[in-house]
Design a binder for this molecule. Structure first.
Ligand code: SF4
Length: 235
């Protein structure tokens, strides 16, 4: 098997400044034809403890894949204060099943009604700022972003450089279809989010998430009826 190119001759050398973007691109292209665990292995080998997975817990596919590589990889959950009760139950259920190295980060804000008037400001305070806390001092982060999530994510690479945050970003299941996800959940008997069978194809905060109907984009139920499609985590 051909070894994947690294961004440095020393696999554990810290990334100083902007990494070699051409190398990252080559790594990304090479990983497109490999199993998702190969991307996680590459990132873990390359960044070690400076790697973190930001998990939405709408399913636990990424968590299962990460667990196959190393139980030591930190997993972060952003508790906005507005998650469905079912999501909070699911986080605890999955944490116990996998004995996760889980970090729950909250914005430490009292309940407010910003989501009614300014969803961008609400997401900035309850998602983007807490993620910045999680990523502080890191070199790379992983997410479960997929091209099949919708048009905005249609060109998601497996490995890229998150320019805004100055970090390498790894999306191990970028090329997975909805059927791939469903098949993996079924084949590996993964715990399913209680809302998944009730039309919630993508699950975020309760004020901004609606069930979808057949034929809709996966994320059509997020901020439905507005122009907003992303919360800012993956800008
Ligand atoms: S998804 Fe809605 S409730 Fe959650 S942080 Fe964004 S605007 Fe606020």
């Amino acid at each position: 098997m051909t070894a994947l190119p690294r961004t440095s001759t020393d696999p554990m050398a810290p990334v100083s400044g902007v990494p070699d973007l051409e190398e990252l691109h080559r790594v990304s292209r090479a990983l497109e034809t490999r199993p998702a665990t190969a991307a996680i292995e590459w990132a873990w080998d390359r960044f070690g403890d400076d790697l973190v997975l930001a998990a939405s817990f709408q399913d636990c596919v990424m968590i299962d894949l990460v667990a196959k590589v190393s139980a030591d990889i930190e997993i972060a959950f952003l508790d906005t204060g507005y998650h469905f009760a079912e999501t909070l139950w699911y986080v605890e259920h999955v944490r116990r099943r996998y004995d996760l190295n889980l970090r729950v980060v909250s914005p430490n804000l009292p309940a407010d009604d910003l989501w009614l008037t300014d969803t961008d400001a609400c997401c900035a305070a309850r998602k983007v700022a807490p993620l910045a806390k999680v990523l502080s001092g890191r070199e790379a982060w992983m997410s479960g972003l997929r091209r099949a999530d919708g048009p905005v994510r249609a060109t998601t690479p497996v490995v890229t450089y998150d320019v805004g945050r100055g970090l390498v970003k790894v999306n191990p299941i970028a090329l997975w279809s909805d059927l791939d996800v469903d098949g993996y959940v079924r084949d590996h008997d993964l715990p399913v989010h209680p809302l998944a069978g009730r039309g919630y194809a993508s699950i975020g905060c309760w004020p901004c998430t609606r069930p979808v109907t057949e034929g809709d984009d996966t994320r059509a139920g997020r901020w439905a009826g507005t122009d907003k499609t992303e919360c800012g985590l993956h800008a």
